[in-house]
Design a protein around this ligand. Structure first.
Ligand code: SF4
Length: 470
């Protein structure tokens, strides 16, 4: 018998039944809930007189709408206050645990799941947010779902899903100094396209991936969805198990050893086959910056933007649209692009290691006078850990705002927003038109170290030059 992929093993282990339409009804091991996509779902349950099927497998937090500057209740923003109040009521009535602002464990849903050990290998995980693919870093199969599916999972703890193909993305070799996991995933999306992963799960493998920390693996899996993949995952290994050991919701003592043995068995078998395979040389990747209006429109920091005349006619319209929106011309260098805002945050890059890298760049320097710079830790736990290391002082001494945990300017459903045509160097995951709160605001995605470097210089720079390649 040929071996199986992790996707197939997890899928089989969670299959309730095959549906006549070809879909599979999958049991969901963990349902993560937040304030934006859950209120209607809870209302729909209430209207039908249904109960939450597995409150013990459902965990809620608040992230998208929380203000990051002043988090005292009631919030100044009445709509945000109403949304949090609704979540509190829904969780109270359904018996669902809510990791709220007083819990010490609140944060972006994709940061707290792993940090608390809720996210574990071999699980199925669902959450009403596209970037649920983040949890795949642990060898979980994690789906971002819409509000009606949130309702379905609340009511039944199940999801009806189409089968997926698996593309293995082999990343080999070692990253150069100044090049990060963010650059790997931006490279993958640039090469395969923002729709290249439609119908696929992405399995990230190869020695470059194996050498990454869990934080870095999360950055890569987080943006799988930006490449069109339904889920992304990394096979669980020692790095995964050591990350989870001792975390609050992870198995403890002998149970942990038993779980780790089972987790190891969920990894893809060496003799399995894939629907597709792609290889990348990590050593060839350079710091990457998006210049357009989707995460696939990127260049290395020392490259120039593509010219419409250089590409095939079918792609010219979208290229021209992106250049026009961003105020760029084909052939422009990305380096030297003046920025107005620098944002270190989001579920892609607001973990402790991201903050450490950004702090390493800014230590002893100051933000350019025309730049508004903010660091928004991904969780209260990340914030507290960073403060224990004195990172908050490094940032504030350099002129950054040091904020409370939340999604902040990633999506701007709170008070952190771009204004007018501001240009933002951002460690987040989407550069769509209007994503950061202003319909004409412009987003340049890059690694947290590159954001930090841009904040100091006031323009896009090559972080390798600021650190002498170190
Ligand atoms: S940080 Fe951004 S992408 Fe992540 S959960 Fe929040 S809004 Fe979604």
């Amino acid at each position: 018998m040929p071996g199986s992929t992790l996707l197939q093993k997890v899928w089989d282990a969670h299959t309730v039944r095959k549906l006549p339409n070809g879909q599979t009804q999958l049991f969901v091991g963990l349902h993560l809930v937040h304030e934006v996509t859950s209120p209607q779902a809870f209302d729909m349950l209430r209207a039908r007189g249904w109960k939450v099927r597995y409150p013990s497998r459902t965990i809620a937090t608040v992230d998208h709408i929380v203000p990051t500057r002043d988090q005292r209740r009631p919030f100044v923003d009445v709509m945000a206050e109403d949304m949090l109040s609704a979540l509190e009521r829904n969780c109270r009535e359904a018996g669902v645990s809510l990791l709220d602002l007083d819990s010490g464990s609140q944060g972006i849903v994709h940061v707290i799941g792993p940090e608390l050990g809720l996210t574990q290998p071999g699980m199925t995980i669902a959450c009403g947010d596209s970037h649920t693919s983040t949890h795949g870093a642990f060898g979980a199969v994690a789906f971002g779902i819409g509000t009606s599916q949130v309702r379905d999972v609340l009511a039944s703890q199940c999801l009806a899903l189409e089968p997926l193909k698996v593309r293995r993305i082999l990343v080999t070799g070692r990253l150069a100094a100044g090049v990060y996991a963010k650059d790997i995933i931006l490279e993958i999306i640039r090469r395969l396209g923002v729709n290249g992963g439609v119908g696929f799960a992405y399995e990230y493998a190869g020695d470059a991936i194996e050498h990454l920390s869990m934080d870095e693996r999360m950055t890569i899996c987080n943006m799988s969805i930006e490449g069109g993949a339904r889920v992304g995952y990394v096979n669980p290994d020692k790095t995964t198990f050591e990350y989870l050991r001792g975390r609050r919701f992870a198995p403890q003592g002998d149970d942990f050893e038993r779980a780790a043995a089972w987790w190891a068995g969920m990894a893809s078998d060496p003799d399995t086959s894939y629907d597709d395979e792609v290889s990348l040389d990590a050593a060839a990747i350079r710091p990457t910056v998006t210049w357009g209006i989707n995460p696939g429109q990127s260049v290395y920091v020392d490259e120039r933007l593509p010219r419409p005349s250089d590409i095939e006619p079918a792609a010219r319209e979208s290229l021209t649209e992106a250049l026009d929106f961003m105020g760029f011309h084909g052939g422009d260098p990305i380096k030297g692009t003046r920025i107005d805002v620098a944002f270190v945050g989001s579920c892609t890059n607001a973990r402790l290691s991201d903050l450490r890298e950004a702090a390493r760049i800014v230590r002893g320097h100051h933000v350019a006078p025309h730049v508004k710079a903010l660091v928004v830790p991904g969780s209260q736990g990340v914030r507290a850990a960073a403060e224990r290391e004195g990172l908050d002082r490094v940032f504030t001494d350099a002129g950054f705002d040091w904020r409370g945990a939340g999604c902040s300017m990633c999506l701007a459903m709170n008070q952190d927003r771009l204004e007018g045509e501001q240009v933002c160097a951002s460690s987040s995951n989407r550069n769509f038109k209007g994503r950061q709160g202003s319909p004409t605001g412009r987003t340049l995605l890059m690694s947290p170290a590159m954001v930090a470097a841009a904040a100091l210089a006031g323009e896009v720079v090559d972080v390798r030059e600021m650190t002498n390649g170190g």
